[in-house]
Ligand binder design. Structure first.
Ligand code: LMR
Length: 393
């Protein structure tokens, strides 16, 4: 039986982590998987999370089971950050904890499928795992173009996808810090997107994986809130992996917005049943640490300060790359200053990406995506020189 299975290639992005680790060159640069790095190239545990973990060790009195919804305190304490302190939709929105943002996306797609969705429109390029999850759940991916060659979001394409969607279609959008392009919709564009959703009744699935790493905690969810205020129902996947630095602890949340408050319990019960069949319940530790941190004003401020530092550092890297536009023409580096979050796409060929890795010890995704957080004062000049080298005529 099992011998009928064909070998699968390893996940390309995760395979890059191992390739980078095996490279012994001292000046190697990792621009692959999306983790934040400091100016020293480290990915430390957040100060606020360290404090929260210490309190958990001191005060946690049991590790007995929770339910498939996980730590409900964690789910509640995140709400105002995502939906706003004065959110008027609270009685229509229910949530649960998930294993990372991936678990939340998985649950969103599976719940949509259970409700009858057979196709999901997805802006391409997207995070490669989006299409894999859709495929694994058995939902068809319908691609539309996310960005124009000029480095702006393709508003016509997303509006076209929503307006031509069928009755069994949903549309999946990145809430902020688009992965892999860094190209987000403006608030005015979100307004048009919200109008299209409202007029068609198409189900939005909104994936927020980088809140706080673009322009700020409030700014980064402004578009999502514009959509939620306009539409009858929606699904929201959320990740704490990056904005709390909890990557391997797998911390995410999934929120469902019902048309009517009375419909919410039935919707949430379906998500609970799907979670039970998939992973039973999410790992507790990271979500509990977030709950502790966000329940304490002092720790919350430490966390917000850390996010400010991260965002400012990535802006400096983006500005430095944009200023090198003349040194490496043809890559559109100037546009990076207008883009958000960890990622940017460079129009490099497969050969150029291979040469960067083999000749310059610079690791990036095969799509041309770079993680700008992998760059800092000590390696950005080398990266720019390497780009000039592999692109020279
Ligand atoms: C990434 O895109 O690099 C991250 O979201 C990590 C992942 O799980 O792919």
């Amino acid at each position: 039986m099992l011998d009928t299975l064909d070998a699968q290639p390893p996940d390309a992005l995760l395979a890059l982590i191992k390739m980078y680790a095996a490279d012994e060159r001292a000046d190697k640069i990792d621009l692959g998987v999306g983790v934040y790095r400091t100016n020293e190239g480290a990915t430390p545990v957040f100060r606020a999370i360290k404090q929260a973990e210490q309190r958990l060790i001191d005060e946690q009195d049991s590790k007995s089971y929770l339910g498939p919804e996980g730590d409900t305190g964690f789910v509640e304490v995140l709400r105002p950050y995502i939906f706003g302190k004065d959110c008027q939709l609270t009685d229509r929105i229910g949530g649960m904890q998930t294993p990372g943002g991936t678990g939340a996306v998985r649950l969103a797609v599976a719940l949509a499928a259970k409700a009858g969705v057979t196709r999901i429109h997805l802006g391409i390029p997207s995070w490669p795992n989006h299409a894999q999850i859709l495929d694994d759940v058995g939902v068809e991916t319908v691609p539309f173009r996310h960005a124009t060659p000029e480095g702006t979001a393709d508003l016509d394409a997303v509006l076209g996808a929503i307006r031509t969607a069928g009755p069994k279609d949903a549309v999946l959008l990145h809430g902020c810090c688009h992965n892999p392009t860094g190209i987000d919709y403006t608030d005015a564009e979100w307004g048009e997107i919200a109008k299209a959703f409202a007029e068609t009744g198409v189900l939005p699935i909104l994936d927020i994986a980088y809140q706080g790493l673009g322009h700020g905690m409030e700014e980064d969810v402004a578009g999502v809130r514009i959509v939620l205020d306009a539409v009858p129902e929606a699904l929201v996947a959320y990740s704490c992996d990056k904005n709390f630095g909890l990557y391997r602890d797998r911390v995410g949340a999934f929120y469902m917005m019902a048309k009517e408050p009375a419909q919410l319990a039935a919707i949430v019960s379906n998500a609970n049943a799907l979670a039970r069949a998939n992973w039973s319940m999410p790992p507790d530790h990271g979500g509990a640490a977030v709950r502790v941190a966000l329940s304490d004003a002092g720790m919350t401020q430490v966390w917000l300060d850390e996010l400010d530092e991260m965002r400012a550092r990535m802006r400096r890297v983006r500005d430095r790359l944009a200023a090198a536009d003349n040194e490496v023409p043809g890559l559109g580096l100037a546009a990076l200053a207008q883009q958000n979050g960890l990622f940017a796409m460079l129009p490099l060929s497969k050969e150029q990406i291979t040469s960067l890795r083999e000749d310059h010890a610079i690791y990036m995704a095969g799509s041309g995506r770079i993680n700008v957080a992998g760059l800092h004062a000590g390696n950005t000049d080398k990266f720019i020189a390497a780009l000039a080298d592999v692109t020279k005529g």
